[in-house]
Design a protein around this ligand. Structure first.
Ligand code: BV8
Length: 244
């Protein structure tokens, strides 16, 4: 797909870019998206059912095993050409921020610096009682963990369905989406709120919305440019087209 001249011009005149990413940008790194059927033991569970406080209360060990399984998948994954192209783009603009729904840390691994993690990070854990955050813990398979500080239950530091997003992260995401010249939405099914509304927040502020996704989503009708492409193919082409 050729990157249209008009879009290249828009990028050349832009100062503030926000990029909303979802599981689709990590698909080419071999990490299953939420849409893709879960494999093996996890086939009989839906992420919407598992990623909830209730599932953790009911069976913390099952949840810890699900996240350990996913962390094991992610440990083997490398950032793909899509992640790397975004890391390169960061230096082309005065303001370039990735707002990610992903918890896999692949944007950081690709070298991106300005990242807002809306839904936490699978490599952090937190004491459910006092919100103490842990960057590491004894991964000896004895789940659930208890907090060495207060004895409370330790949980993955991610946002589950029905939980509020980290206030600071959400506030920054709204602030930057409100002031963006371009909102680039990549690899998200755009159904989970409040992340899914960020492209519309940007649109209300007259941002140009660009969507990259092999499948149309609820954002597609609002996008001035929609590329039915994978992230790993389109983003390097976009970087080549806009770099000086
Ligand atoms: C909230 C972290 C306020 C965990 C995730 C009833 C009760 C309670 C809440 C609600 C309710 N009704 C609605 C809600 C709100 C709810 C919501 O939106 N539900 C949906 C299902 C309707 N939201 C919440 O609960 C949020 N909190 O609203 O707080 C509140 C508080 C109390 C009560 C009410 C409200 C919290 C949501 C965060 C949940 N945590 N992840 C973990 O990972 O384990 S969500 C998770 O799924 C992701 O983070 C992401 O946000 C979401 C969707 O996933 P995507 O990233 O979009 O991926 P998906 O698989 O869906 O799609 C992949 C896309 O990639 C596809 O379009 C595909 O075509 C494309 N693709 C594939 N390959 C490629 C590609 N694209 C490019 N290149 C490729 N190669």
């Amino acid at each position: 797909m050729a990157i249209v001249e008009e879009l290249i011009e828009i990028f050349h005149n832009a100062r503030a870019i926000v990029v909303l990413t979802g599981a689709g940008i990590s698909a080419e790194s071999g990490i299953p998206t939420f849409r893709d059927a879960q494999t093996g033991l996890w086939q009989r569970y839906s992420p919407q059912e598992l990623a909830t406080p209730r599932a953790f209360e009911t069976n913390p060990g099952l949840l810890w095993n699900w996240y350990a399984w996913r962390r094991n998948l992610i440990n083997k994954a490398e950032p793909n050409a899509g992640h790397k192209a975004l890391a390169q783009m960061e230096n082309l603009f005065p303001k370039f921020t990735i707002i990610t729904q992903n918890i896999d840390g692949l944007h950081q691994k690709a070298g991106s610096k300005n990242i807002i993690e809306l839904h936490g990070n699978i490599y952090r854990a937190r004491c459910a009682a006092e919100n103490l955050v842990f960057e590491s813990w004894p991964d000896n398979g004895n789940f659930p963990l208890t907090c060495p500080h207060c004895g409370g239950l330790v949980r993955p530091d991610v946002v589950w369905f029905g939980e509020n997003l980290p206030a600071g992260a959400l506030e920054s995401a709204y602030f930057l989406s409100n002031r963006a010249d371009i909102m680039l939405s990549v690899g998200t099914s755009a159904v989970v709120e409040p992340a899914a509304s960020l492209p519309l927040v940007a649109l209300r502020n007259k941002a140009v919305v660009v969507e990259v996704n092999p499948e149309p989503t609820p954002v597609t009708r609002y996008a001035q440019f929609y590329f039915k492409e994978t992230a790993g193919k389109f983003l390097p082409e976009l970087y080549s087209a806009i770099k000086p």
